[in-house]
Every structure is written in C-alpha cells, then in structure tokens.
Design a protein around this ligand. Sequence first.
Ligand code: MG
Length: 474
Amino acid sequence: MKIDEVSLTIFTWPGIPATRYTSGSQTAGGASNLGLLRIQTDQGLEGHAFLGTATNPAAMDAAQLIRSLKPLLMGQDPLERERLHQAMRLQSRNVSYRVIGAVDLALWDLAGKIASLPVHALMGTFRSSIAAYASSQVLPDIAAYVDQAQEFKALGWRGYKIHPPRDPDADIKVCEAVRKAVGDDIRLMLDSTWSYGYPDALRVGRAIEAMGFVWYEDPLADEDIYNYVKLRQKLDIPILATEYPAGGLDSYPIWLTERATDYLRGDIPNKGGLTAMLKTAHLAEAFGVNYEIHHSGNSLNNLGNLHLCMSLKNTTMFEVLLPHAAHKYGMARELEIDGDGLLHAPTGPGLGAEIDFALIARQTESVLRRTATKPASETSLNCSVTAPRSSTDHPIPAGLHATRSLPGLAPAPMAPSAACRHGRGRARPGRPGRGAGARRVDRHRGIDRHRIAGAAARLPRSFCYACETDRRPA
Ligand SMILES: [Mg+2]
C-alpha cells in the first residue's frame, strides 16, 4: 500500500468567542481556520487530521505541510509510521511540531482503518473509560470561577482546573473560593501558566497544597529547571511541567534526571503527535511518573488524545478546555461526557471520527495539493510542477498554489517561450565545441528524471527546477 495523495482543505471556523489562558494564548474572538488533512492511499483508504486551532489558524502552517512534508510522504507505505515520523523530525527546522503532529495523527487514523481497529487498540488498550475535567479560561472575577466549577460539578464532572488571573494573591483567593464552593469530593488543579518567580511559586504552591489540590501546573517559566528543582524539594503537591516548550521525546530526560517535575505532559500539536506522546508516556511509566495529556486545540486532536488515554496506565484525567466553542468545530459528533463525568473508548476503526464533511465543504477557503511555489529569489530545487488550478479548486491564500500532485503527472502543456531567467530553454552561447548559438538546453538528453519520495516523474529537459516552469525553446 502506498500513499498516493496528500491534500489540505482549509475551512473557515467562525464564531469563536474571545478567550484567554495566558498572555500568549488568547483570541480576540471571531474567525480562525482549520485544515482537513487527507492522506490517501492507492487502496482507497484515507487518514484524516485537523491542522490548526482557534489561536493558530491552519493557514499559518499549511504551506509547510505541503511543501516540506508532502514530498516525504508520497509513494511511501503509510504503515511505516515510525520511519516517517523520524524523517519528519529531521524537518523540524522547516516545519512546526503542529504540522508534524497533524500528519502523525492522520497516519494513526489510516493505520487503524487499514487494520479495522481503533487507534487505542493498535497501541494496546489499557482502559475503557476515563474521567473528564473542565479546564477554565481566565475568568473576570472570583464569582465566575465559583459558578463555573459548581456548574460542572452538578453535571457529574469529577475535576475542575483553574487558569487563574496570574497574580499570586488573587490566584490564591480564587482557589480558596472554588474549594469552599465545591467541597472536597471533586478534584481541583491549578494551572498557573508560567506566571511566577520562585518565591511566589512556593507561596501559592503551599496554599493549594493545604487546600488538597491534585496537581500544580506550570508555576515557573517553562524552562526554569533550576527553580523547578528547588520548588519540588519544598512541596508535597505534585508539580506538572513540560507542557511547553514544543519539542520531541528528547526534550524530556533532563526533567527526570534533575527530578524537576513530578509528572510529564504533552499534546499533539506541540510534541509531534501521538507517536511522540506514546513514547513519552512510556518513558514516564519507567520512572513511575504520570503522563497527563494536554488538550490539543481541535476536535480531531482531542479525539486522538482520548485514544491515547485509553492505552495508558499512567494518566488520570482527560482535559476539556473551556469554552467549548473555542475548541470544537468540524465534527458531526463531538466527544461526549456521560452523567458520571466519563468519556468512553471509541469503537470505530482508526480515530472513529464523524467528520462533518458537508460543513467543511460549505466553509472551504482553499484546497492545497501542490508544494508552494518558492519566491523568485530562491534557487534551490523543489519537487513540484505547477499547473493551472482546477476549476473546482477554491481561492488560495497568498503564496500558495493549489496544484495537482507530481507522480504520474505530465507537465502542463505550455506555449513555446523564451528562456527563463535561469537559462533553461536558451542557447548557451560560446560553449567550447558547440558554437555560439548552439541550441542545447542542458547536458541531459531527452529528459530529466526527477525523483520525489520514491516516485519518478519524467519531465522535459527544458523544465527549470528553480522557477518550476517548462521553458521550451522557441
Ligand atoms: Mg497547562
């Protein structure tokens, strides 16, 4: 089985409410866009993922995916996921972990469909359900936190996490009020989102430790391992760090060897997908450490999180970030939490997703299939043949070209033209033995064989890789 097409359908996500968790993670409200990633095979099966979130529109990363990762994937066996993941990691200076994570998720979805098994069964199922916790946005006052926590407790949810105002004294007051309002029979967590210096982190930590909070998340700057070590030595409440920075498996060992955190953490867009997360969770298990999964910003990513939860021994709860309207879109059926506050193991093959393809069709902004054309100033090679857009394609963002894929595709017919600026299609005057004006296009005869991801395409010798056009001598 081979991958024979990779495409990204960018669709508008309207009506997102204004939201804030940290100063670096907020939306002013309005619209974003997601990308429906489709990895198709020559056997007719395809894997899906969504690229993008409310705060990071898919259009921001779309060109990276099509330009840098599509050539890696085309013609490859989709079940060689580990090899493909290693190859994508090598591209991490060109593409974000958000992009790698989306491709990895689609490959897991595809693998499950090939095997007719849910993704969690491929990983090895450990459990059939997990408790959800509601994870607040930053709210305007203490009363709002109290109301929200009570609302979810009344719905049967078993946990509530506070994203506080990020002022140590105010944060302690919020935690005190919520604990007093909901009592002791619901798990409470505090996510201070990298807000404090060491003295305040210790003060807040001691306060919520006395209130019986379950964990203390990201009190210090995300890479301040020195002070995390000191803080952990002073507190009994488990510290949960490593949500950021973005990185792969190799970003975690120092947290364990320095004993800087009690639990590890990760998500699909920041750590490179389920492949990296599964490895990290197993690394944590070896140290007797929990791996608490971070919400992942869109509906398909969070469905992927649920599959991973089902396969892990060392995780305890499933994060549902609020408000729902800032994190859920594009599905005919979203994740459901039952009256006992539980999510249950998906049963369909792959992710078992019910994507709302009709909504996506209505909201489509563009369909990206080809590698992006490089700016004129760039001269390195690119595996792409430009062609006129199909009449069914939609308008595309600036800088991107919607195209047909390369393998098996004959270059689009072009009228004879003058040489391009790189010299293809032009006589090379003055070359010894050939005579000025000799009409030789290049040293190759007949064709260039241009190899892309294992699939060869025959291009006419007048094709210029730099400007990606066929310049046949007039
Ligand atoms: Mg967090």
